[in-house]
Design a protein around this ligand. Sequence first.
Ligand code: TYD
Length: 206
Amino acid sequence: MKKVLDNFIVLEGLDGSGTTTQLEKIAERFDRDEKAVHATFEPTTSALGKIVRSVLKKDLVTTPLALAMMFAADREDHLNNPVHGITHMLSRGETVLCDRYIFSSLAYQSIDCTYERISELNDFPYPAFIFYIDTPTEVCMQRIYRRDVQRELFEEDAYLDKVRQLYEKSFTDLPKEVTFVRIDGSKPIETVTEEIVETLKQHHIL
Ligand code: TYD
């Protein structure tokens, strides 16, 4: 059975659901309370993460399975790197807050690969907390169009609807030690932040 990592918090959601904004807001709350937090994200800024991003930007063409393996390799390094890995940070007593984790791979990569294959590749420990920012696809698409950035591989609405279904599948059968919180991402940014903060306070993380 997969291990659950205490003090490891993950934010998940469709593109445009606001996970990156919430990562910043929650990290600010930890700072304000002078609590040690390591805010991070996937794909990472490592060499592996950079290759992943060039595939997402379509600068590099590969197969869906190779991409899934790259995400998994980036994740393995992110978790277990002896210098700056998540498990290293946790062992130093820091709380780790991560924008996207295994559930992103289960949701996105399972569209073009089988769910079972992606599960095998992502045999990593569970986080203690998952905050799923559940945002209507139309709202995500409006936010994506408003951003003045080059659109990436996965940002189409029919695609996001499939991702949503696979996210739901990935959240079934979580171990009981994992706290899963679904948050309505169409609510104002501050409300979403407060709901996350409230749960973390209840569990004495904040
Ligand atoms: P992210 O950087 O969070 O997106 P944004 O451009 O909104 O900041 O993630 C980049 C994309 O990568 C996003 O479409 C989701 C996708 N992704 C996967 O397909 N699998 C994964 O395992 C991860 C972590 C992300």
